[in-house]
Design a binder for this molecule. Structure first.
Ligand code: BG6
Length: 494
């Protein structure tokens, strides 16, 4: 309905961005289309150059073809404009550089492409983690990095606490913590940002946000896609590392954190670290599962072990759910159920807050299960918030029969926007503005690994087997049993 006009989007000054791994899936599917959207919205400074690093100069034509294809495929038709792409802005700020990352002498070419005036350059590593040290060494040996440089690293950082610490140590050799941007694109999603507004700008929720008023919290990231040809990467990590270690734990932090003193990087990130520190170890209540063949959105799909190039003996989970607890004053006694899986019935990323009902229920007792409000914070596919409230059934003959209906806020409609931006757009803009608030600290990454390592260890030492679920289902039956054991239900099963 109303908002105070304020535009703090464009602050960055002249700088360059080097994108390593420009022909990779992340660059083509997310990063370059996000830059295009920023361009279209007029958020990129005229002087920004994007240096796209590819393996060698012979791939230059292929790169430009792929770039155009990727923008056309991943940018909605009504947002695509040949003019913006071709003639004057987007393509002209892209500079393609062929460079064998393993060859130290090749970096001279990169150095020559960058401005000599020492302006800040961001190095975006859309690369496998194993390349980080090598590329940093070469940048350093060629005198390419300085105190103004920024480095952007994607999740997962490492595959456990030890390897994450190792990566962080390597980064610290060349960069101060303020120069390192550890990205989790979930933090750039509009609804995630809105969660901060919802919690800290609405006093009605602030006073209810604790274990006295909240019975349990569900955090779900369900996907319909499988592993999309990423066997090599995925089978080594599984859903625990791919989704829980960063995306789900970050959502949990934002739901559970104390109000920061100020809305800045220092305070926000400090409060998230405190939540991670307070996570209790999990002993039981972890369900891991793998999909077997089935139908997703009407299409038959193979099981995980039958995917192209599969290791038919794999014990990697494509689904995981668990019951987490936060041992602090605010949350002791309120479980946080985390679950995430591939090849599920629908794409849905949501946080569901189940409020407690009043002890004394004055309506017919058979309606008691209706009591208790539910707040649904939807990140995907449609971004918005619903609050389920209990009202009376309409009609003079209905007496005091109760019903539950949602008060529904759809951000797309209520804010009359033509599209919701992708999380990467926000993150790239924050990076260009050198704003660290939405990026992760070393401590956050390492604390979340410590907890995840413990979960993995607990599972390995338990006698529990890897469960199965049909592609296109809501996950394994064991996940239902796990939550129902505590008298709770997943949102869709109520
Ligand atoms: C990535 C994971 O970080 O997030 C993918 O590696 C996953 O496996 C993706 O599909 C989900 O992101 P989103 O924004 O589509 O929920």
């Amino acid at each position: 309905m109303s908002s105070i006009k304020h535009n703090n989007s464009i602050k960055h000054t002249s700088q360059d961005l080097v994108l390593f791994g420009s022909l990779g899936d992340l660059s083509l599917r997310k990063l370059l289309p996000s830059f295009y959207h920023l361009e279209r919205a007029g958020f990129l400074d005229k002087s920004l150059s994007i240096h796209c690093v590819i393996r060698d100069d012979n791939e230059t034509n292929k790169f430009y073809e792929k770039l155009k294809e990727s923008i056309q495929n991943h940018v909605k038709e009504d947002c695509y404009s040949g003019d913006i792409f071709n003639k004057f802005r987007f393509v002209s700020r892209i500079n393609c550089i062929g460079l064998d990352l393993k060859d130290p002498s090749g970096y001279k070419k990169l150095k020559q492409s960058l401005p000599k005036n020492g302006s800040a350059t961001s190095y975006y590593f859309a690369l496998p983690p194993s390349m980080i040290e090598l590329v940093c060494d070469n940048l350093n040996d060629n005198g390419i990095i300085n105190k103004e440089s920024k480095i952007v690293i994607e999740k997962p950082i490492g595959i456990d606490y030890k390897s994450a610490k190792n990566v962080n140590d390597k980064l610290a050799k060349y960069f101060d913590e303020e120069q390192i941007y550890r990205i989790d694109h979930y933090l750039g999603k509009e609804t995630v940002q809105n969660l901060i507004a919802l919690r800290f700008a609405n006093s009605i929720f602030a006073s209810q946000w604790n274990s006295k008023c909240i019975e349990y919290v569900e955090i779900t990231a369900a996907e319909t896609i499988g592993i999309e040809g990423r066997w090599g990467y995925y089978d080594d990590v599984g859903q625990m590392i791919d989704m829980v270690q960063s995306h789900l734990l970050q959502l949990l932090c934002l739901v559970a954190m104390e109000p920061p003193n100020e809305l800045n990087a220092l305070n926000m990130r400090h409060e998230k670290e405190r939540v991670l520190k307070a996570l209790s170890p999990i002993k039981d209540d972890i369900i891991r599962a793998q999909y077997v063949d089935g139908k997703v959105l009407g299409e038959s799909v193979p099981g995980y072990l039958e995917e192209d190039g599969a290791n038919t003996e794999s014990e990697t989970e494509t689904y995981i759910c668990m019951r987490a607890e936060i041992s602090n004053w605010r949350w002791s006694g309120t479980p946080f159920y985390l679950r995430t899986g591939k090849r599920l019935a629908e794409k849905a990323t949501q946080i569901i807050i189940h409020f407690k009902s009043d002890q004394h229920f004055i309506f017919d007792q058979d309606q008691k299960q209706l009591a208790g409000n539910v707040l649904i914070i939807r990140l995907q596919p449609t971004e918005g918030i619903s609050l389920e409230v209990v009202t009376k059934d309409n009609g003079v003959d209905k007496g005091m029969r109760l019903r539950k209906d949602p008060l529904h806020l759809d951000f797309f409609k209520s804010q009359e926007v033509s599209r919701m931006p992708d999380g990467y757009e926000k993150m790239l803009l924050e990076l260009l503005n050198s704003e660290q608030r939405m990026f992760l600290t070393r401590k956050e990454v390492e604390l979340s690994w410590k907890w995840c390592d413990q979960v993995t260890k607990a599972f390995k030492s338990s006698s529990q087997k890897l469960c199965k679920y049909g592609a296109g289902s809501n996950g394994p039956d064991e996940a239902k049993q796990m939550i129902e054991k505590y008298g709770h239900k997943w949102y869709e099963d109520r």
